[in-house]
Write a protein that binds this ligand. Sequence first.
Ligand SMILES: Nc1ncnc2c1ncn2[C@@H]1O[C@H](COP(=O)(O)OP(=O)(O)OP(=O)(O)O)[C@@H](O)[C@H]1O
Ligand SMILES: [Mg+2]
Length: 227
Amino acid sequence: MHDKTPLVTCKDISKTFGSRCDSVTVLDRVSCSFYRGEISLIQGAPGVGKTSFLHIVGLLDPHYTGSLKINGVEIEGLSYSDRRLLRRRHIAFMFQSDVLFNELTLLQNIYITTCDKRTHRTERLERAGACLEAAGLSKRPDEYPFMLSGGQRQKVALARALFTARPILLMDEPTVNLDNAASRELMRAVRSHVHETESTAIIVSHDPLMRGLVDKRLELRGGKLSA
Ligand SMILES: Nc1ncnc2c1ncn2[C@@H]1O[C@H](COP(=O)(O)OP(=O)(O)OP(=O)(O)O)[C@@H](O)[C@H]1O
Ligand SMILES: [Mg+2]
């Protein structure tokens, strides 16, 4: 069905927390692939290991066994700096309660996290404004986060992730504090982004509404990830 290299390939990924006598295995030989142009949803009970999985895929946690490939590149054996480079080129995060700095404008909140010294400031500002628009926020870029609702704040967080222009968007409970209308709006922006840029979004969520808004649904239970 897919003829292209997956952006993320997991093969027999296992993850155990704790020591030998007091341990919990959250991932037990998980294998899956995530492709361009696809929005995937990972559901599962609280504490089942969803965030742990995202941290491994996002190259934040190197303590696992198995094979992980990002855009075809095997992670095992890479140096710390190569790993960091790969993360910077490929991975954007959006967390459950993303931190916005109240003393900075919306625009500054977006471009402050990416120190791209090669691009001219004016160009960066323009692109940050375009990302706010792409995230579906109809607020002036010179307003401040404390003036925003929860849904609007999440759109700024999404704009920040989009600004990085990285093809793998990892989202941990992005709609947890939002009502259905705000969640749908956010997901509309994610969908346009994923399709237009041929990126992939992997979303971890409890929100039942999400089930109808994604392309692929997976369930994590007892360490196993299944469709
Ligand atoms: N640093 C850690 N040390 C020990 N155990 C941990 C650590 N981080 C997570 N765990 C345990 O691993 C399990 C999975 O945690 P994780 O945060 O991945 O779950 P989750 O599915 O994201 O949960 P939630 O839906 O509540 O966010 C939990 O039982 C948790 O207590
Ligand atoms: Mg979690």
